[in-house]
Design a protein around this ligand. Structure first.
Ligand code: PMP
Ligand code: GLU
Length: 403
């Protein structure tokens, strides 16, 4: 076995941040494997199984021989289903050749960044933001420019903040709504404000990550790409992981101007080719058939959200927002900074706080610093009611032990 020195690895990989969500989930698994009673609220993954009718569609597709390579941007059948879905749910008009299916929305975002960014191009990322955005942008040679909002603004960035951050090098404005990690949802008016700013700057694109579309508690999901003044410059990203509980299927997609979609397919053709054939057949079925399992999951998440807000608000010093979507809550925990743990460590950051929760209470969460918000930490409440109650109890006890 040859031993490769870490210094031999590329600068690119040495400089890349490891995904904090994935890292924390693995730390929780490792502790559990050592026999500790760990509750993992770290990974953003529905705890529900994929609805039965979608699994049946995949089995049928396998039996029918959908076991071969597909066209790189996806089966025409799936892209047509996505076209219908974009029109039906989002008021977005895309031709089939503007749609590219990938191995997860993560790959869709990577395809776009690799297609649009040259060295030093700037990407305005609305913060708090999902951990992989900055890593993907940097890998593609771009420069992340964070524009942030705190809990007092419900974690939503104002249009004038974006206007102030735009420079000659700005290529993309990137955000998710419903947002990971905050659960915040931009209203139609707020999206219009952002669209109006971007519309004034030719050459600036929007990546609108709408993967939590079906876990939106506001009643109506709005897509920024539906505004006339940015419709030709918006790339709408979505996927099956969250709304259909299909994280392990690895299926995401985008709708984009034709030239960008073509570029995304070109890069995907060199990296991974088309997504899994029988999965794509099942995904087409998912989009065009009974959506009630997704709505049921949304209702369950909403009930848990309310429960988690109640449980966390009862902990002295914990400041919580009221998330309007996704399955995350992102409390401000800066009240604990400067306090000392029973082991004598001073909590100075969200990293310290999450490490303390993991080692003291065996509750795995994710540090806010990974999302560009060091005063906060993220809890994924896609877990059972029992686990959520028990973890809140443990967090309260750990916090009470700080002096
Ligand atoms: N965007 C956001 C905001 C997410 O939280 C996730 C979660 N993994 C993704 C994209 C990527 O999802 P996937 O690759 O599983 O489709
Ligand atoms: N998006 C999820 C999360 O934020 C899954 C893990 C990941 O891909 O980051 O936890």
């Amino acid at each position: 076995m040859s031993i490769v020195s870490p210094q031999l690895l590329s600068q690119r990989i040495q400089q890349m941040e490891e995904s904090a969500t994935i890292k924390m989930a693995q730390m929780a698994r490792d502790l559990a494997a050592k026999g500790h009673d760990v509750i993992s609220l770290s990974l953003g993954e529905p705890d529900f199984d994929t609805p039965e009718h979608i699994k049946e569609a995949a089995k049928k597709a396998l039996d029918e021989g959908f076991t071969k390579y597909t066209p790189v941007p996806g089966l025409v059948e799936l892209r047509k289903a996505i076209q219908t879905k974009f029109k039906r749910d989002n008021d977005l008009d895309f031709e089939v050749n503007q749609i590219v299916v990938s191995n997860g929305a993560k790959q869709s975002i990577a395809n776009i960044c690799m297609s649009l960014l040259d060295e030093g191009d700037e990407v305005i990322i609305l913060a708090p933001f999902w951990v992989s955005y900055s890593a993907i942008v940097e890998l593609a040679g771009g420069k992340p420019v964070l524009v942030s909002a705190g809990i007092e603004d419900d974690y939503k960035v104002r249009p004038e903040q974006v206007a102030n951050a735009i420079t000659d090098r700005t290529k993309i404005v990137l955000f998710s709504s419903p947002c990971n990690p905050t659960g915040s949802v931009y209203t139609a008016d707020e999206l219009k404000g952002l669209a109006d700013v971007v519309a004034q700057h030719e050459g600036v694109h929007i990546i609108s990550d709408e993967i939590y579309e079906y876990i939106n508690f506001t009643g109506k999901h709005v897509s920024i790409g539906a505004f006339e003044n940015v419709k030709d410059r918006t790339i709408t990203v979505n996927g099956f992981s969250k709304g259909f509980a299909m994280t392990g299927w690895r299926l995401g997609y985008l709708g984009a101007p034709a030239s960008i979609a073509k570029a995304c397919a070109k890069i995907q053709g060199q990296f991974t080719s088309g997504a899994t054939a029988f999965g794509q057949k099942a995904a087409a079925h998912a989009l065009l058939s009974d959506m009630s399992p997704s709505y049921k999951m949304r209702e369950a998440f909403l009930q848990r959200r309310d429960m988690v807000i109640d449980l966390l608000s009862a902990i002295p010093g914990m400041k919580v927002n009221q998330p309007q979507g996704a399955f995350y809550i992102f409390p401000d925990i800066s009240a604990y900074f400067g306090k000392t743990t029973p082991q004598g460590t001073i909590i100075q950051s969200s990293d310290d706080f999450c490490e303390y929760l993991l080692n003291q209470a065996y509750v795995a969460t994710v540090t806010g610093s990974a999302f560009g918000a060091d005063k906060c930490f993220r809890i994924s409440y896609a877990a059972s009611e029992e686990e959520l109650r028990e973890s809140a109890k443990r967090i309260a006890a750990a916090v009470a032990d700080l002096t």
